[in-house]
Design a binder for this molecule. Structure first.
Ligand SMILES: Cc1cc2nc3c(=O)[nH]c(=O)nc-3n(C[C@H](O)[C@H](O)[C@H](O)COP(=O)(O)OP(=O)(O)OC[C@H]3O[C@@H](n4cnc5c(N)ncnc54)[C@H](O)[C@@H]3O)c2cc1C
Length: 283
């Protein structure tokens, strides 16, 4: 399988610091390096990568560095191949590339067998498999393409999530029925010094943010007290709260499976219970 390693760096200094996947003898490497965000000249870079792929008939393109995920996916679309992001490459024979990556918020490792070439992978290299820039690297300099991109400022979002540190978490399930319902739950959780979470359908319906989803595809939390309103207690959700100190569930269905896995179960309408909490604690 013919492999081309593609290193993407916004600056030459950055390129020199980056881990670069070790390559087998005979595989090629190319560096795209600019003096500003590469994404600002992505059309030119994509055109360059496609031309290299066609000329060299590479089967496997491995991307690392700046915006590697985006370049891998877009290259696969342009070249009629397949893409996988943030992956570790395993075996590659003439027909198939095997790679693995985290799935469901990195709680599981999924193994992919990719056959549609060129296979475009953005690398999540294991440290042992990295080295500095190969001596043989061909430097493809795309600087000076577009003055405008130099004024682009990067926006960074905080990564802290109050759900991970809260000692009290109030979680809304689909039975809360609306965005207003979730708003009330969020207000009460915050007023009590805690944080609000949601089951996946609550976020899918647009009532809560996906950052608030609890479960195997969301956050795994471990508060002292976890109060769950109107959730049935499915396995993917329960995996997110199983490390909680005390789990209290409120559901109007006495047969809901959450009652088998909680410490305290209350068969009631969630609104009645919330009103009682508001009356006693917030007034
Ligand atoms: C691969 C995969 C990954 C998944 N990952 C997650 C995940 O990470 N997190 C997650 O949450 N889900 C996940 N899911 C979805 C999961 O399978 C369930 O669909 C989901 O957890 C159900 O959410 P729920 O309990 O809110 O809704 P439902 O199952 O619909 O339950 C609603 C509950 O509300 C009760 N209720 C209704 N009205 C009231 C009321 N007025 N008062 C009191 N109770 C009321 C009902 O009796 C019912 O028990 C995943 C699914 C798959 C296939």
């Amino acid at each position: 399988m013919k492999r081309l390693n593609i290193l993407l760096a916004d600056t030459w200094e950055e390129a020199k610091r980056m881990p670069f996947p070790k390559t087998e003898d005979g595989s090629s490497a190319v560096l795209f390096c600019s003096d500003g965000p590469l994404t600002a000249c992505q059309e030119r870079i994509l055109g360059g990568i496609k031309a290299l792929q066609e000329k060299g008939q590479y089967d496997l393109l491995v991307f690392s560095g700046s915006a590697a995920d985006m370049f891998a996916v877009r290259t696969a679309a342009r070249c009629g191949g397949s893409a996988l992001t943030m992956a570790q490459i395993g075996k590659a024979d003439d027909q198939t590339v095997t790679a693995q990556r985290g799935a469901f918020s990195y709680n599981l490792r999924a193994v992919f067998e990719m056959t549609k070439k060129p296979v475009c992978i953005s690398a999540e290299p294991a440290k042992a498999d990295c080295c500095g820039l190969p001596d043989s690297l061909l430097r493809e300099d795309v600087s000076g393409t577009d003055e405008a991109f130099r004024s682009v400022t990067a926006e960074t979002r905080g990564t802290e999530n109050p759900l991970l540190d809260a000692s009290f978490v109030l979680i809304a399930g689909r039975g809360i029925g609306s965005a207003e319902g979730f708003g009330r739950i969020e207000h009460t959780a915050q007023a009590l010094g805690g944080a609000a979470g949601a089951t996946r359908p609550v976020a899918s319906d647009g009532w809560a943010d996906f950052q608030q989803v609890i479960g195997i595809s969301g956050k795994q939390i471990s508060p002292d007290v976890c109060l769950v309103f109107a959730a049935s207690g499915t396995m993917p959700f329960m995996m997110g709260i199983e490390k909680s100190g005390t789990i209290i569930a409120v559901n109007r269905d006495a047969d809901a499976s959450i009652f088998k896995a909680c410490d305290i179960g209350v068969v009631a309408d969630w609104q009645d219970v919330l009103e009682k909490i508001e009356d006693r604690s917030l007034k």
